[in-house]
Design a protein around this ligand. Structure first.
Ligand SMILES: Nc1ncnc2c1ncn2[C@@H]1O[C@H](COP(=O)(O)OP(=O)(O)OP(=O)(O)O)[C@@H](O)[C@H]1O
Length: 248
């Protein structure tokens, strides 16, 4: 992790009519950092992430992602980031290889690089015997690992992960996080939302959102120290207990 800022957010706000979904959030994320973006259901995480990915125009405030303005340079931002969400990642009705080729193509890899990356990916994930299997037939943990690898196939500056490991056990989640650490070794910055507090412990810093505002932002160790508790679960409970919003 360096002191080079790759995300810079200043009083970023999103309103839907009178409702303020994200209310003047301010933070920076540094190159190579794993930044955990936590919050109770409905806190505003997805809304904030959409603004940072250039998918939703802010109501007010400023933000730069990979050096580009979220109002003016959304296409440039999209070319510099990777994105993976639990809700959508890969095509279930395409094979492993077809998915890699499809997304590699969308991310702009040339034929030679695509071939090289496809072989590298299949080998490092140990998917040699699954290459021609439909992704829908893979176990969920494998799908998630493949989806992550595809999201960083074009070596983005930042990868946004929206609850990437939902529904799998702690050991599979741990293996997934090994891939995240590898990506950061290659200089990729990771911006991740999760509801799993074991994963929160793996982040360099955590931002905790409550009802549209950032209620706390620090390292897991400092957050635990500040609240005089042993686990991130307890920190989360302490901060989120006042939340008024519910999930949709
Ligand atoms: N397009 C929209 N129009 C109106 N309200 C919206 C819209 N999108 C989100 N909201 C509201 O904004 C709030 C924040 O939603 P958001 O999905 O960002 O929360 P979240 O922290 O990602 O929650 P979860 O963990 O449940 O996904 C919610 O109250 C939601 O109902």
């Amino acid at each position: 992790m360096t002191q080079e800022k790759v995300i810079s957010v200043n009083r970023l706000t999103k309103k839907f009519g009178d409702f303020i979904a994200v209310n003047e959030i301010t933070f920076d994320v540094y190159k190579g950092e794993i930044f955990g973006f936590l919050g109770a259901n409905g806190a505003g995480k997805t809304t904030a992430m959409k603004m940072l990915c250039g998918l939703s125009k802010p109501s007010s405030g400023q933000a730069e992602v990979a050096g580009f303005d979220v109002y003016k340079h959304t296409e440039k931002i999209k070319s510099k980031i990777g994105y993976m969400s639990q809700k959508f990642s890969l095509y279930e009705d395409l094979t492993v290889k077809e998915n890699i080729t499809f997304f590699g193509g969308i991310y702009g890899l040339g034929n030679k690089e695509l071939k090289r990356q496809t072989e590298y990916l299949i080998e490092t994930l140990g998917l040699q015997s699954e290459t021609n299997k439909l992704v829908g037939d893979l176990p969920l943990g494998w799908k998630q690992k493949l989806a992550f690898s595809v999201a960083v196939i074009h070596k983005p500056s930042i990868v946004f992960l929206d609850e990437p490991t939902g529904g799998v056990d702690p050991i599979t989640r741990r293996q997934f996080w090994d891939l995240i650490y590898q990506a950061t070794q290659n200089g990729i910055t990771v911006f991740v939302t999760t509801h799993y507090m074991d994963e929160a412990e793996y982040c360099n810093r955590i931002s905790m959102m409550v009802d549209g505002v950032i209620a706390a932002l620090d390292t897991p160790a400092n957050l635990k120290g500040k609240h005089n508790v042993e686990t991130m679960d307890e920190v989360f409970y302490y901060l989120a207990r006042t939340a008024k919003r519910k999930s949709d």
